[in-house]
Design a protein around this ligand. Structure first.
Ligand code: ADP
Ligand code: MG
Length: 489
């Protein structure tokens, strides 16, 4: 029923994604910005907002944000100021958060996604701005007191804000995935959603299709997985449609998603929200990005997933799906690039990455960085198979597992030791064939009487007797030749 009703509506979503930047120190002081330290072990006087302390700009933070802007084709603001966003919260020691309100470091740009049904779409960005993270309130069970850990206070963040241009929960999850891929490629954020280094708020509204004005939006806070974003958007859209269908209004509010029951719950309405009274922070000087600095950052940009994907398709002649799978993770793409540089066998390398390498990684839950075989060794193995020095089966089933255990071993040497090299030495083959023909004179006679199928039986014998792999095509030719040389009487 609801499906039919839902058809009348369009879902509208805008995301606000926070990514913690991987700098060693915090955004406005030299306290460590790393995750997982003992509570309150990374808190100097500036983090704790002691009176008289002053913030100081971390330069690398600016470069990281610019990199993200360039990766999203955004316009970089050359002159920026920081603003104070005033609100009271126990884990915000200063009583305000330093952010960028009027001069976000990047404006515009887009994130490209491709939906399951193959549609490509650029989701426009409104802005990317810099700000500091807040501390963490901890509410231990069965305790009255709230504990405060200020380690996270002052950790640098970029906030990526999309335009309300996302229209399905799948698209919302895809945008977030794409953002995670980009920050990981740029190495500016580890993208670890469980640890909260990448967090997502989703703004959701619905409107009747064809209706020009956007509906009232609800903001769902802090989701920490792709799946939860998708579930939350789905739930929220249905909730709003149901309200509207019943003639009830949607109230602009902030809601939280409960991943146990899959529902959203109201936290506060917009009316209760603070007026943040933004104003320029007088303690920080404006940031000027000169042409030279921007150029320097441009030079430091690594290859991005889409560039590599295009390269794999056009230069390496791989399919779109292969190229997409190979560029999902930067380390995998770089490993694949090294394979290709070593042996030039693009298609074969792709098959190995998607086949044996992937299955062994899945089996052991290995990241590509846990995979101990060097690209040079794997490239050599693949080349030996391509040149038919080793059969594909022997390589996948025996040599590859052996090399994983002994990654330093030499490929051809090991193949020889494991008896995997096909016998293509005609001398050796002829010896075996002569032996067999001598042992089965009656069968030889049958052959000469016209029972040509008997060749299969001789081949079987040959397989049984040769411990090593046999080059069957060659063996077959030699066998028939030898048979024709024996007289038929
Ligand atoms: P606010 O002033 O309430 O923070 P903004 O205009 O800054 O709202 O937008 C914040 C986020 O909400 C952006 O990601 C934007 O795309 C999204 N958004 C704005 N209006 C809507 C709407 N009607 N429906 C869904 N998302 C919206
Ligand atoms: Mg806003």
């Amino acid at each position: 029923m609801i499906d039919r009703v839902a058809e009348k509506y369009e879902i509208v979503v805008g995301l606000e994604v926070h990514a913690q930047l991987l700098t060693r120190s915090k955004i406005f002081n030299s306290d460590p910005a790393s995750y997982g330290g003992a509570p309150n072990s990374q808190v100097g006087v500036i983090t704790l907002a002691h009176p008289g302390t002053l913030p100081k700009q971390n330069k690398l933070v600016v470069e990281y944000a610019v990199k993200m802007g360039l990766a999203c084709h955004a316009t970089i603001s050359r002159h920026q100021i920081f603003d104070r966003k005033n609100y009271f919260y126990p884990d915000l020691p200063k009583g305000y958060q330093i952010t960028q309100d009027r001069t976000p470091i990047c404006r515009g740009g887009y994130i490209s996604i491709k939906t399951k049904d193959g549609k490509e779409k650029n989701i426009l960005l409104n802005r990317i701005h810099l700000e500091e993270d807040a501390g963490k309130s901890i509410h231990p069970e069965n305790e009255e007191d709230t504990l405060l850990d200020f380690n996270r206070a002052g950790v640098p963040l970029i906030e990526i804000v999309t335009e309300p241009e996302i229209h399905t929960s799948e698209e919302a999850a895809l945008v977030l995935m794409e953002i995670r891929k980009l920050v990981r490629y740029l190495e500016i954020c580890d993208g670890n959603m469980e640890e909260g280094s990448l967090r997502c708020d989703a703004n959701v509204s619905v409107r009747q299709k064809g209706h020009p004005a956007l509906g009232k939006k609800v903001e769902i806070k802090n989701m920490n997985s792709f799946k939860n974003v998708q579930r939350a958007v789905d739930y929220e859209a249905i909730r709003q449609i149901t309200l509207l269908e019943n003639g009830d209004p949607v109230i602009s509010e902030t809601r939280t998603f409960n991943m146990q029951d899959g529902k959203t719950y109201g936290m506060r309405t917009k009316e209760e929200l603070n007026d943040y009274r933004y104003f320029p922070d007088p303690d920080l000087s404006p940031v000027e990005i000169s042409d030279a600095w921007l150029h320097q950052i441009q030079l430091l940009m690594p290859a991005l997933p889409n560039d590599l994907k295009e390269k794999f398709i056009h230069q390496y002649q791989l399919s779109e799906n292969e190229a997409l799978a190979l560029t999902e993770e930067k380390e995998v793409a770089l490993y694949f690039e090294k394979l290709c540089a070593a042996n030039g066998l693009f298609k074969e390398n792709s098959n190995w990455m998607m086949g044996p390498v992937k299955s062994v990684r899945n089996q052991h839950k290995w990241l590509i960085t846990d995979f101990r075989l060097s690209p040079a060794t794997l490239a050599e193995l693949i080349r030996c198979v391509a040149e038919k020095k080793i059969s594909h089966t022997a390589a996948v089933q025996q040599l590859f597992p052996y090399l994983l255990k002994f990654p330093q071993a030499d490929v051809m040497q090991t193949a020889k030791e494991l008896n995997l090299l096909p016998v293509n030495d005609t001398g050796e083959l002829d010896k075996l064939i002569a032996e067999i023909l001598k042992e089965f004179p009656l069968k030889v006679e049958e052959y000469h009487k016209g029972k040509k199928g008997i060749v299969a039986m001789f081949m079987g014998e040959l397989k049984k007797r040769s411990q090593a792999q046999v080059d069957y095509k060659l063996a077959n030719d030699r066998l028939i030749m030898k048979l024709s040389q024996t007289d038929g009487r």
